[in-house]
Ligand binder design. Structure first.
Ligand code: SF4
Length: 490
């Protein structure tokens, strides 16, 4: 059946279960939670770890309200307002539930650019670039508004980013096909159920312990690093449904059949690493396949670095530990205000230390965000590019190195997971970066001295514990290699 025919078939059907845009967004995060929520009536938000998502939600609400307050949009309070304004060239703020009865879908678009009946949906987002999820959400709203639209229009929508930029997103037939497929899948999941698949989303979810146990009991493939719902489905199509079968499959044959199934397949080496991970989980033994010389720095003098920052603004805390075999010296530079002057002050202190220890390796844990953020700030202040090149030359991201060299009997490789594995005992609970950011802005706003002091101490302690944990893990690694099974991926 051709895509267009499937789409038209979808348009003729009438459905029993209404699907919303939130269903799409949540389904992309976890289909099992969508099913559980439908089954039990418990809202998905209540299944999430409130402390971890509070900052994200508040940030979204504040930003959206600000955009709506500052924009010159006409607020409407009923579905009929579309009909009343259809010939105008205005943007409507539409806190109204729209329904497409033909498709059984419903939703509340943030804004609608009426453009004389074209009805382009606009989504307000706190991020800085258009994501795949934004595209899907716009596709959803495009088909949601179809019954209200005048004539046949070229599908598109807009995303209003946190940078203030309004980005036009042209929607292709593939985008629309994808959204129809998702709507069908979600309806099926709600009706017939599904099982949990572990992913990074689980770290924000209250059900993680139960789901991890359930997945472990059935040897689910999502225990393996690099396999989440899409790859799990692909492997199911290839006849592999658990880690035992996956571990013993012939890698070359598996690679060939995976290639013939989809273009979005892992390489042979990656499959080999996944199989080692399956073996590690089943035997509960760590496996090493890296270069042991890459870990020479573990017995040398190092600087462990951890930054806290607002991704759309400034670095506000630089924490570091100068660690030799005998000694650990901690330094923390805290911005009293989130502004460029304070950022320059704390980064200048970092630069002084980097200059004073030119031979020390600089170690971070999970540099995918910290280092680009530091580079942006570095350029903002016009700091020496030679010094930056030196820093890059001696920088080691421990997270990347671990994944390049080991598979451990763990599902996740975040700092918390690895420090627990090696037995680091942390003072206080670990908070994530967004919660820390939320607390920092509370610190900046609050006037009461005691509250301010308590918040600052909490933030400094959290940063220091992350640094201590990273330094602790570094010192473990050199001898740890000797305890591992040594095996190459292929
Ligand atoms: S723990 Fe993970 S798999 Fe389980 S419901 Fe939460 S997000 Fe889904």
């Amino acid at each position: 059946m051709k895509k267009r025919e499937i789409i038209n078939l979808g348009k003729r059907k009438r459905w029993g279960i209404w699907i919303s845009k939130s269903d799409i967004v949540e389904y992309l995060r976890c289909g099992y939670r969508v099913f559980l929520s439908h089954l039990t009536g418990v809202p998905i938000e209540e299944m999430k770890d409130v402390n971890k998502i509070k900052a994200i939600i508040e940030r979204g609400i504040t930003f959206e309200s600000k955009v709506v307050d500052e924009g010159r949009f006409k607020e409407v309070t009923s579905e009929d307002a579309i009909e009343e304004n259809i010939s105008l060239d205005i943007v409507l703020h539409t806190p109204v539930l729209f329904r497409n009865h033909e498709l059984g879908i419903q939703g509340i678009p943030d804004l609608i650019d009426v453009q004389k009946g074209k009805l382009y949906p606009i989504e307000i987002k706190t991020h800085r670039e258009v994501t795949n999820s934004d595209r899907l959400e716009l596709a959803f709203y495009w088909i949601l508004l179809e019954p209200y639209r005048k004539g046949k229009q070229k599908p598109k929508g807009y995303v209003l980013l946190s940078t203030g930029e309004m980005v036009e997103v042209l929607l292709t037939e593939d985008d629309l096909f994808e959204i129809y497929c998702f709507i069908d899948e979600i309806r099926e999941v709600k009706e017939y159920g599904t099982y949990p698949t572990l992913s990074q989303e689980c770290k924000l979810c209250n059900l993680i312990t139960d789901c991890q146990r359930e997945v472990a009991e059935r040897g689910g493939l999502s225990l393996i690093h690099g396999i989440a719902s899409i790859r799990e489905q692909q492997l199911k199509t290839l006849g592999i449904t658990n880690i035992a079968d996956f571990a013993k499959a012939d890698s070359l044959t598996l690679h060939t059949s995976w290639c013939s199934l989809t273009t979005n397949h892992p390489g042979l080496n990656e499959i080999g690493k996944m199989q080692l991970h399956a073996a590690s989980i089943m035997t509960r033994k760590p496996i090493f396949f890296g270069e042991s010389s890459s870990f020479n720095f573990c017995t040398q003098n190092i600087i462990v670095l951890d930054l806290e920052y607002d991704p759309v603004s400034y670095v506000w805390l630089v924490g570091l530990c100068i660690a030799s075999q005998e000694n650990q010296e901690f330094h923390q530079y805290f911005a009293e205000k989130s502004d460029i002057k304070e950022e320059k002050r704390i980064l200048s202190s970092l630069i002084d230390i980097l200059r004073s220890k030119p031979k020390y390796h600089v170690v971070t844990y999970g540099a995918s965000a910290d280092i680009p953020q530091l580079k942006k700030a570095w350029n903002r202040h016009g700091f020496s590019s030679d010094l930056w090149n030196q820093l890059e030359g001696r920088h080691i991201d421990l997270y990347t190195l671990i994944l390049r060299s080991f598979r451990l009997p763990l599902t996740f490789y975040g700092l918390k997971d690895i420090e627990d594995y090696f037995g680091f005992v942390r003072k206080g609970d670990r908070i994530d970066g967004l919660t820390a950011l939320d607390k920092y802005y509370q610190y900046v706003r609050v006037r009461k001295k005691e509250t301010k002091l308590a918040l600052k101490q909490e933030l400094l302690q959290y940063n220091k514990e992350d640094i201590k944990a990273t330094a602790f893990i570094v010192r473990k690694f050199k001898s740890f290699i000797g305890e591992c099974i040594v095996k190459q991926p292929i």
